[in-house]
Design a protein around this ligand. Structure first.
Ligand code: PLP
Length: 397
């Protein structure tokens, strides 16, 4: 018989979320996740994907995926360490290491599960982790698996990090101490202060871990935030996702050979979850070749971002402290933010409201993700809608 406790838990909690307006409904698309999408038979300018370079629908990627699928099948058939490792996985890892300027790399099925894998393979209950308070959910969960002492520092506050690193080191309570940060923070678009973090790490002998999900393909000529700062040989763990600018799905760690060798025998998702599919891996290889071969798509991405950011500022909106193509339009009040996003939707613009608890209370924003694949005509449509809705709600003059 089905559990009554579970049924009543689910009913009361779902009802509560719905009554608070916090229950998220998901609308499926009837099209690829490109710059224009279709939902309910309606067309939208899409400003919500992480498909920065437009690679998710690139013909070269499709061909690579189709050819590999014909040759190797749709599934890889086993976990990497039994017999799920294809020559394609090895080729991808070689390419990733070269891309990230490291000795070696290991790939996973997603960025999320990469953080589940990598942190707990190295950190344990006698260790401590210094973690930026705005780090991604997968980092927070990955830290929990370690049973290490997790010490949060204020967002990008280097004085706070230095003080807490010193305290942790001088306490003598911990064997290893790690500092973890996103490379680019996805809600504000600001860049982690990696040169300072590397310097603090040197002073207090910290292991450095940078999750560059939003920096790869975007900064450092494509190689990401670590390369952008010229720190490729000073960051121990360079984490990336293959699901954002790379346009497919997967995650990876790039670093020293010994680290990668260790992760291959000790990281649990690598040992206990089936290897990524041949089509996905082949498409990732094609994407890295495209990104390394030319900076054209990156230039287009930055051009479109600058255009959208200038347009929003000229209209009188605040875009906060972004330093990357991530373009928040800061509204403030949670209800107004939700209302703003739904009025944009009525104007054919798909841009998601992001409110507490994802960001601080009173810091609601509509987040825009311009891509290389947008055109200025599409961005003009978005800006016209922003102007109209902003005036309607009395947010701009
Ligand atoms: C998106 C994101 C992830 C998750 O990556 P997936 O490949 O989508 O699982 C992990 N870390 C950060 C910082 C991210 O922004």
């Amino acid at each position: 018989m089905a559990s009554k406790t579970l049924a009543s838990f689910l009913q009361s909690n779902l009802a509560q979320l719905k009554s608070q307006g916090l229950y998220n409904t998901i609308e499926p698309m009837d099209s690829p996740n490109g710059p224009i999408i279709y939902m309910n038979g309606q067309e939208f300018v899409n400003l919500s994907s992480n498909n920065y370079l437009g690679l998710a629908t690139d013909a070269r990627m499709l061909n690579a995926a189709i050819q590999a699928t014909r040759k190797f099948g749709v599934g890889s058939g086993a976990v990497r360490t039994i017999n799920g490792t294809l020559s394609l996985h090895v080729e991808l890892e070689h390419k990733l290491a070269r891309f990230k300027h490291t000795e070696a790399a290991i790939s996973y099925q997603s960025g999320f599960n990469c953080n589940m894998a990598a942190i707990s393979a190295v950190m344990g209950e006698r260790d401590a982790i210094l973690s930026d308070e705005w780090n991604h959910a997968s980092i927070i969960d990955g830290c929990r698996l370690t049973r290490s002492k997790v010490i949060r520092y204020s967002h990008s506050d280097m004085d706070d990090l230095r003080r807490k690193a010193k305290e942790a080191r001088e306490s003598g309570n911990y064997e290893k101490i790690m500092v973890i940060t996103d490379g680019v923070f996805s809600m504000d678009g600001d860049i982690a202060k990696l040169p300072d973090i590397a310097e603090i790490a040197d002073s207090f002998d910290l292991i450095t871990y940078v999750d560059d999900a939003h920096g790869t393909g975007v900064l450092g000529g494509g190689a990401g935030t670590v390369k952008h700062f010229g720190l490729s040989d000073r960051i121990d763990f360079q984490i990336g996702t293959l699901s954002k600018a790379i346009g497919v799905i997967g995650g990876y760690v790039a670093g020293k050979q010994d680290l990668i060798d260790w992760l291959k025998v000790r990281s649990r998702p690598f040992l206990f979850s089936t290897a990524a599919t041949p089509g996905a891996v082949a498409a990732c290889i094609a994407a890295i070749e495209i990104v390394q071969g030319s900076e054209e798509l990156q230039h287009r991405l930055w051009e479109h971002a600058a255009y959208l950011q200038k347009g929003l500022k000229d209209l009188g909106f605040s875009i906060g402290r972004t330093e990357t193509p991530i373009t928040p339009c800061i509204i403030g009040n949670e209800e107004t933010t939700q209302k703003f996003s739904s009025l944009l939707y009525e104007e054919g613009i798909y841009a998601k409201a992001i409110v507490f608890p994802t960001v601080a209370k009173g810091a609601g924003r509509v987040r825009n993700m311009p891509t290389a694949a947008h055109t200025t005509e599409m961005l003009d449509r978005a800006l016209a809608a922003y102007g109209k809705v902003g005036r309607e709600l009395g947010l701009i003059g």
